[in-house]
Design a protein around this ligand. Structure first.
Ligand SMILES: [Zn+2]
Length: 735
């Protein structure tokens, strides 16, 4: 294999002249260490070695792999984060020396990648390697997708992260968002609290499965709750050098706890609980929250020797969609009780942060992460706050995560003297068109590292199709003192994945075309994504339009020439998909198919819209026509085109169902079902109109937006057991 395929790239590799045929050798690990992490590294190594024969009973030492600790091995910098290793691969054997157990584990991962990547001989080599950021990893949010991940799914995610030499995993275990689907707030609590069953967040989710040719209804609690597996995830992470920390959000993103415990909710002027945010003056607020924190700490963290916790602290502000009764009104999370009313929000939040940190520290949590923005937006992440942190003795314990997922890049301040991490995004909407965040990741880490950030972790939902984002994070989280620019990284990634199945230039071309569609995040996340249902579920969007009919009309208006843009994006996606498909022919790497399906999804969704737009044209011609046979013909054509649009969406869904991770499917398919259901019903209504017209009499056709299908609310059907009403009889009765 080529060492070019190592992600992250080792800091230095010195090659000898001889070739070593690792595939013909049987490794025998020699180590006197019994540390679990080293044993796990050795296990990964030997279980990946291509020709090892466990059954032969052969005892001779064929190829010694000597593994040992040395805090100061030659060739590693004395200053550093203590996770370095020196790996020598020679004819006579391998020597792996780690500065620490973590260093040895990383070295095992490197050697494992080298030996498992192929059977070609490698040149003798000596690698000196160490990371630049101390902490590197992902923060996986509590949302649709992660709520259906099983213990095995989490283990697979951790394995993926460990290969990339990550060592930190934040997992969202509690967070609340606004009303989206089915008129319900979006709330997730991912761990059980036996004493408080009322805190559960059950979901109902309906989607069409083309594979089963039937609608599916899923009524469920998060799998992490039903399996009660968070502790096992924490333990599995630890066994693989990844510290799992729970993210329990407050005081923002909170509707479940204030609703279940109204006495601690933020109050309005009349003292009535508003069910969003907390009264930060009331000691009861802290006793309720701390009881829940303690339960998490006692059950899942301390038994696994974990002293990390993420306390949230983002987006403490007014939002529409907090009230299910009237999602159109914006509700503020700040309490208006007599104690809180006159106290500056900045001071309330500063004191809240200190109080929570002190409690956590008292419980043995010595590393506490929090988001920067809630304090920052109040100008409260300042010298005063830093002084409060120092006075409370928390300076070494509190870590501020500076997050931003778009330009301009957010740089942590040096002058506050606080521990900081940089948090870009690594892909968050598996239900939308896939997203490339390599520009966001590389810039946030570039500037964050130079501003003294100790951690590089990315906000995300876990989807194997975001692999390039994760790998980019791994590369720049490890390497800030060696230079590989983003173009070089992308090129190397493309060749590592797609060569030799594709010629190197074509491998790079596949991702160039992919990037034409998915790498411009302002476009991908917003405009391109408007073809899908998700953003249209937000209350503010519902106030201004209905999906997908208003999207169709908007594209048809052509004021923004958007059809041209979508068409060209689809052409690039098609080119990329065909190159991925070609590589797939001679590769068994399932990741290539993930990339292909993401490209095909964009192509298919656009083609379904383009077909529906053509149907709209047929309908307008039918309306304008006075000759009954012609009118019938145009109506039949419109019905036929819309049914083709429906079938095209179904084709996309079929591929998704076949390829994407099962925990992602319900939400992916629900969003596409919104378009599927609409096209299905519209085609039926148009066919009815064509039938009526064919009976010979004149038919009065309403304006397109007044067709029955365009006047129905289809959303409740996607999040409930309620079957959709029959397609109403077409209104264009013969006159
Ligand atoms: Zn209050």
């Amino acid at each position: 294999m080529s060492v070019d395929n190592l992600f992250p790239q080792p800091k230095s590799i010195a090659f000898g002249t001889e070739l070593v045929d690792l595939g013909s050798k049987r490794p025998v690990v020699i180590t006197d260490s019994t540390e679990p992490l080293i044993k796990q590294g050795c296990h990964l190594l030997t279980s990946s070695w291509p020709v090892i024969d466990h059954t032969s009973g052969q005892t001779e030492i064929d190829y010694p792999v000597e593994i040992r600790l040395d805090p100061r091995p030659n060739g590693l910098p004395e200053e550093g984060v203590g996770q370095g290793y020196v790996l020598t691969v020679g004819h006579e054997g391998v020597t792996l020396v780690g500065q620490t157990e973590a260093g040895l584990y990383h070295g095992c991962q490197t050697l494992r990648t080298i030996v498992s990547a192929g059977t070609d001989p490698v040149r003798e080599m000596t690698i000196h390697d160490w990371p630049d950021f101390t902490y590197r990893g992902l923060y996986i949010e509590s949302k649709w997708g992660s709520d259906l991940m099983t213990l095995d799914d989490w283990k697979a995610a951790i394995d993926h992260m460990a290969r990339l030499k990550f060592n930190a995993l934040g997992i969202g275990i509690y967070g609340c968002w606004i009303v989206q689907y089915g008129g319900k707030r979006t709330e997730f609590l991912m761990v059980p609290f036996a004493d408080h069953p009322e805190l559960q967040t059950p979901k109902t989710l309906r989607y069409y499965s083309p594979t089963a040719e039937a609608w599916q209804v899923l009524e469920y609690l998060p799998t992490m709750v039903t399996e009660d597996s968070f502790g096992e995830i924490v333990a599995y992470g630890k066994a693989n050098n990844i510290t799992v920390r729970p993210h329990f959000n407050s005081p923002g993103h909170n509707t479940v706890i204030p609703r279940v415990f109204p006495e601690i909710s933020a109050k309005d002027e009349s003292g009535k609980p508003i069910g969003y945010g907390f009264c930060l003056s009331d000691p009861k607020t802290y006793s309720v929250l701390f009881e829940l924190y303690d339960s998490v700490i006692d059950r899942y963290l301390l038994p696994n020797g974990i002293d990390w916790f993420h306390m949230g602290m983002d987006e403490v502000e007014a939002y529409k969609g907090i009230s299910e009764d009237d999602p159109s009104i914006a509700i503020d999370p700040w309490c208006r009780c007599p104690e809180c009313r006159h106290k500056p929000h900045a001071l309330q939040l500063q004191e809240y942060a200190i109080r929570v940190c002190l409690h956590l520290k008292e419980r043995g949590i010595t590393n506490i992460t929090m988001w920067n923005d809630a304090l920052d937006k109040l100008d409260a992440l300042n010298e005063d706050f830093a002084a409060m942190v120092t006075d409370a003795g928390l300076q070494g314990n509190l870590i501020v995560q500076y997050w931003r997922y778009h330009e301009p890049v957010l740089v942590p301040p040096r002058d506050l003297g606080l521990r900081t991490w940089s948090t870009p995004m690594a892909g968050y909407w598996p239900n939308m068109f896939t997203q490339s965040y390599t520009a966001n990741i590389s810039r946030m880490l570039l500037h964050g590292y130079r501003a003294g950030a100790e951690g590089a972790d990315a906000y995300c939902l876990y989807d194997p199709a975001f692999d390039r984002n994760y790998t980019c994070l791994a590369e720049y989280g490890w390497n800030q003192t060696t230079s590989e620019d983003l173009y070089q990284f992308k090129s190397r990634y493309a060749r590592a994945l797609l060569s030799p199945m594709l010629d190197a230039h074509l491998a790079v071309e596949a991702f160039n075309q992919y990037d034409q569609v998915f790498d411009a995040t302002p476009w991908t996340e917003t405009y391109l994504a408007s073809l899908l249902y998700y953003w249209h579920t937000y209350p503010a969007s519902r106030q201004t339009g209905t999906y997908p009919q208003d999207v169709l009309l908007e594209i048809r208006s052509s004021h923004m020439r958007s059809a041209t843009g979508f068409q060209r994006a689809a052409e690039s996606a098609k080119s990329a998909a065909s190159l991925f498909a070609e590589a797939q022919l001679t590769s068994s790497d399932p990741l290539i198919e993930q990339y292909r399906v993401e490209c095909d999804k964009m192509v298919g969704v656009w083609e379904s819209f383009a077909t529906a737009l053509a149907a709209l044209g047929s309908y307008e011609r039918a309306k304008a026509s006075s000759a009954p046979p012609e009118r019938t013909e145009f109506l039949a054509e419109a019905a036929e085109r819309v049914s083709k649009a429906r079938d095209r969406v179904a084709q996309v869904m079929t591929e998704i169902e076949r390829v994407k991770s099962s925990f992602l499917l319900p939400q992916l398919l629900r969003d596409l079902s919104a378009a599927y259901l609409y096209f299905d019903r519209l085609s039926q209504e148009l066919a009815q109109l064509a039938d009526q017209a064919s009976t010979g009499g004149p038919v009065s056709l309403p304006p397109f937006m007044e067709l029955n299908t365009n006047r129905e609310q289809l959303d409740p059907f996607l999040s409930s057991h309620t079957a959709p009403p029959q397609v109403a009889a077409a209104r264009g009765a013969a006159v």
